[in-house]
Ligand binder design. Structure first.
Ligand SMILES: Nc1ncnc2c1ncn2[C@@H]1O[C@H](COP(=O)(O)OP(=O)(O)O)[C@@H](O)[C@H]1O
Ligand SMILES: [Mg+2]
Length: 426
């Protein structure tokens, strides 16, 4: 079969890499891809915003399955466009993608279906939002309603900060139109875990839970980024807590969608806070996490092309996915200045030496220029390694990363530390 992957980041490189390993797959295409993906798949130029053009392309290349990486085309309705033409797609419809596309929709959905989450109010405009904030007792989190590439959430420590954040959201200064409507949310305390499942709307196959590292500097300091690294091992969640997450969050979410006439086919990502009262949803994403997908797929044994095809046809087989035991870690190497303004076009060396260490380098912001690989984004590479335990996997990732060079490279030195220091699963 032929598979098309949509997107251009580290997540998509990991998807392409894994799909290429399937004996069912003859050829993998990627729109638009990146410098690393181009070494493993046929990259085609394309505007991921132009849905009907993308659907034309799927037909032209004869792709048997399209896997949609990023949220924007899902929220815009790419899955619907493909399904309307009778094409197989792994990724939810526009109606289902509202879970990520509108935080107001997601919060109201969770309230309707009694899914544990932070208490909230909706600020439809400046007047109602200021009034809500005036009544608000205690710490508040402000969230832009629409897609904001990780820049639409402000966790406020005091009221002055909250009023300022509200103003920067509603005025459009922070994230433009996405912030014209806001959610005011109770601030939760606990540890964050990403819990993702593959589902065809009926059968649920959990992926291994992961922890992401959002802030740019060690010890979770500095501004938020798209994600500086992630890891997974057996020690994040206890079996009991995983069960509770499935029973209290994942199942009611899918049942809730079904009761509203929505069939969900794709990855459902639950961003959770593990509070003293139990797991609560911080947000839903309607696609694979980035960079969580890199360490997850690096441990997955199951044939992903076969699984995603079954998912797309609504015939996902029950029974757990198969995993390499132990742990995996992905450390993201970034361009100088990221997550602020950064430069591109810096030549990258040491990739082969790094992969000789047994690591896999998933490219995010790279491109080929005159036969050499150069930086082309804020997040450049996700150096991913595996091991029998978290300490070994972490060491392997950093050893491999030490071989990689480009001008201004920076990365966190403490990816997976939380896991290494944890005595018992959450
Ligand atoms: N209710 C909350 N309490 C505490 N922290 C929160 C809350 N909601 C979000 N956060 C923090 O803000 C981050 C981003 O929020 P999230 O809802 O995941 O939005 P997005 O990923 O779209 O930016 C979370 O990973 C978490 O660290
Ligand atoms: Mg998030």
């Amino acid at each position: 079969m032929k598979v098309l992957v949509i997107g251009s980041g580290g997540r998509e490189h990991a998807l392409v890499w894994k799909i290429c390993q399937s004996p069912m797959v003859q050829q993998v295409f990627c729109v638009p891809g990146n410098g690393g993906i181009a070494q493993e798949a046929v990259c085609l130029p394309g505007e991921t915003k132009n849905l009907s053009r993308l659907a034309d392309l799927v037909v032209e290349i004869g792709a048997d399955l399209t896997v949609i990486g990023p949220e924007a085309p899902l929220v815009a309705g790419l899955a619907d466009e493909l399904m309307a033409r009778g094409l197989l797609v792994a990724g939810p419809t526009k109606a289902a993608a509202q879970l990520e596309g509108s935080k107001v929709f997601a919060k109201q959905f969770m309230r309707r279906h009694r899914i544990p989450a932070a208490d909230f109010e909706v600020g439809e405009d400046r007047e109602t939002a200021s009034a809500s904030l005036g009544r608000w007792g205690g710490p508040v989190v402000l969230k832009a309603d629409g897609l904001a590439a990780g820049k639409g959430v402000v966790v406020c420590s005091h009221p002055a900060e909250a009023y300022e954040a509200l103003d920067s959201l509603l005025s459009g200064r922070l994230v433009g139109e996405a912030g014209r409507r806001v959610v005011l949310e109770q601030k939760l305390a606990g540890e964050e875990v990403s819990f993702q499942v593959l589902t065809d709307g009926k059968t649920i196959l959990p992926l291994v839970p992961t922890q992401d590292h959002k802030q740019v500097w060690d010890d979770d300091r500095g501004p938020n980024t798209g994600g500086m690294g992630a890891y997974c091992d057996e020690g994040i969640l206890s079996e009991n807590l995983s069960r509770r997450i499935l029973d209290e969050i994942v199942l009611p979410t899918l049942e809730g969608l079904r009761s509203e006439g929505i069939v969900y086919r794709g990855v459902l990502y639950c961003g959770l806070m593990i509070t003293e009262e139990g797991p609560k949803v911080l947000e839903y994403n309607v696609r694979f996490g980035d960079p969580e997908t890199q360490p997850i797929l690096f441990r997955l044994r199951t044939d992903l092309a076969e699984t995603l095809t079954a998912l797309a046809t609504g015939h996902l087989q029950p029974g757990p996915l198969s995993w390499e035991p132990g742990a995996s870690v992905c450390v993201v190497a970034c361009s100088a200045g990221y997550p602020g303004e950064y430069q591109t076009g810096k030549s990258i060396t040491g990739l082969e030496a790094a992969e000789e260490e047994g690591a896999k380098l998933f490219h995010a912001g790279t491109t080929e220029r005159n036969g050499t690989l150069v930086t082309a984004g804020g997040r450049v590479l996700g150096v991913t390694a595996r091991g029998p335990d978290l300490a070994t996997a972490t060491k392997a990732a950093y050893t491999a990363l030490s071989k990689v060079h480009f001008a201004g490279i920076h990365y966190r030195r403490d990816i997976a530390r939380k896991g290494l220091e944890r005595q018992h699963p959450l």
